[in-house]
Design a binder for this molecule. Structure first.
Ligand SMILES: *Cc1c(COP(=O)(O)O)cnc(C)c1O
Length: 490
């Protein structure tokens, strides 16, 4: 038996010989010799194991087995095949882990899928800022050193109506910076109904502790009145904080204090009033058929001194935390040591400024910012897109059950969790495999498709598949249906 095994193993080509092959030499020019050598060794290792396993299964050493063994070897051990497999291996090894996916979940701000995608004008600004030098901290008109935030603060103030603005890495950093600047070592009064966890370990009490402020809870989970805040004020109070509970609702016997009431209390006691809005809404969402969300402009108009919100939630921009409000507080934050750690890089600054620029014209914003565009797509439009995908797929795939059905899109990212947005989906019930297996294969595509399963069927929601990516989406989807029998590599 060992003799038979050796007979087979001797047929495996030697590494040195393979390296002389034309195809392998070409791979060396692309990937470098070291990487290619490693990949060839891995491939041969795999082949060795596979051949022995197959030979054993086929009854190694039995009469006539040599012929079978020769056939197996011939199939697997040609230099062409090894070169091909090595090329695949190298391509896989060098693929970047972070890459584009199709979001067919219908969840617009899917945190696991990168929240807000950027549009053309936003991307163009990023490319421009990062592909060469830029005037990031250089004032061109005065020929002197400038401030990096000068590229976006004016725009934010113009659009939100604030005195001043500054932006940091994300909204969690924004809350930390505000509290650390205004209330370090002092008490910050918050309603017990607003001590929320956002996810990703953002918990209001813990963020407060990190910033050096002392949490002073007031009121009850379901009801907090303005008198509760007033009673909690002491000499050591540093600020009044209101957190917009964007990711959950308390229903029934409830009462919360309005921004107006809190602001007049703050003025009476000379205390800054801070509002953590979470999602940064700048337009009235009712025009998309959603319920009203307080906009940044409204909150400032109602008297808040400081409001902070995310760049990559409903605003539809890059990951950032934006702070808008009183100029004196903004100045204090600009000079805070944490600002150096939290400040934005040039790509984010470019994307953020380009995002706010779109809001100068609300109609343009709804057209050019993908998050708003997805929100504004009509059911008729989604129905037509779903039919197009379903028709295309049915024409190439007679096997599975493919239908177009009503579905529900969500905002996601912890924003407005009760809001259901009517949408359309292509629904696939695979015949020869389970829905799980199919979804798994969709996720393994060169550009993965991320989809939900419901009642053993795969739901592909159309709201989050844009017109621009539709053709690619269709061909990858068809590929997944056609490649059912594609053998896996060893
Ligand atoms: C999402 C959210 C945050 C955290 O914002 P990130 O930009 O994700 O850091 C903080 N507060 C509220 C109320 C939020 O909704």
């Amino acid at each position: 038996m060992d003799k038979e095994k050796n007979y087979i193993l001797r047929k495996i080509p030697r590494v040195d010989d393979l390296l002389k092959e034309e195809g392998i030499r070409k791979l060396c020019a692309v990937y470098g010799k070291k990487e290619v050598l490693q990949a060839v060794r891995e491939e041969l290792d795999c082949l060795r194991k596979r051949i022995l396993a197959e030979a054993e299964e086929g009854g190694i050493g039995k009469a006539n087995s040599r012929m079978k063994e020769d056939a197996v070897c011939e199939k697997l051990l040609s230099a062409e095949r090894i070169t091909e497999q090595t090329a695949c291996r190298l391509e896989e090894n060098s693929a970047l882990s972070l890459r584009k996916v199709f979001n067919a979940t219908g969840i617009i701000l899917h945190t696991n899928l990168g929240r807000a995608p950027l549009g053309k004008s936003q991307m163009a600004a990023v490319l421009d800022a990062m592909s060469g030098y830029s005037n990031l901290e250089y004032n061109l008109s005065e020929g002197r050193r400038g401030k990096r935030w000068e590229h976006y603060t004016g725009l934010i103030s113009r659009i939100t109506g604030s005195e001043g603005a500054i932006a940091v890495n994300n909204n969690a950093a924004a809350v930390t910076l505000i509290l650390s600047t205004l209330a370090r070592g002092k008490e910050v009064i918050v309603s017990r109904g607003e001590l929320i966890e956002i996810g990703g370990r953002f918990r209001v009490p813990e963020v407060m502790e990190q910033s050096g402020a002392i949490l002073r809870e007031t009121g009850c989970t379901n009801r907090t009145r303005i008198s509760d805040y007033e009673r909690a004020i002491t000499e050591n109070t540093g600020a009044l904080l209101k957190v917009h509970t964007s990711n959950y609702r308390i229903l029934g016997f409830t009462e919360e204090v309005s921004v107006e009431e809190l602001s007049s209390l703050g003025r009476k006691y000379h205390l800054p009033v801070i509002v953590d809005l979470g999602s940064g809404v700048l337009v009235n969402l009712e025009k998309f058929g959603l319920s009203h969300e307080p906009t940044v402009q409204e909150v400032l108009k109602k008297g808040a001194d400081m409001v902070c919100f995310s760049g990559d939630k409903l605003l539809g921009g890059p990951q950032a935390g934006i702070i808008a409000g009183k100029q004196s507080y903004i100045k204090a934050m600009e000079n805070h040591p944490l600002m150096r750690a939290f400040r934005l890089d040039k790509c984010t600054i470019a994307a953020l400024a380009a995002t706010f620029r779109e809001y100068l014209n609300e109609e343009k914003a709804c057209e050019n910012i993908p998050v708003l565009k997805m929100l504004s797509r009509s059911e008729e439009e989604l129905e037509a897109q779903a039919r197009e995908v379903a028709w295309d797929l049915s024409s190439r795939n007679k096997e599975d059950e493919i239908t177009v059905e009503k579905s529900i899109s969500m905002l996601g990212g912890g924003s407005m969790p009760l809001e259901e947005i009517p949408s359309r989906a292509v629904v696939i019930k695979p015949k020869r495999e389970s829905a799980e297996e199919f979804v798994h294969r969709l996720a393994a595509l060169p550009v993965p498709i991320i989809a939900h399963i419901k009642n053993n069927r795969v739901i592909l929601d159309m709201r989050t598949i844009s017109e621009e990516e539709l053709n690619d989406f269709k061909s990858y989807l068809a590929g997944a249906c056609e490649n059912r029998t594609h053998p896996g590599r060893c």
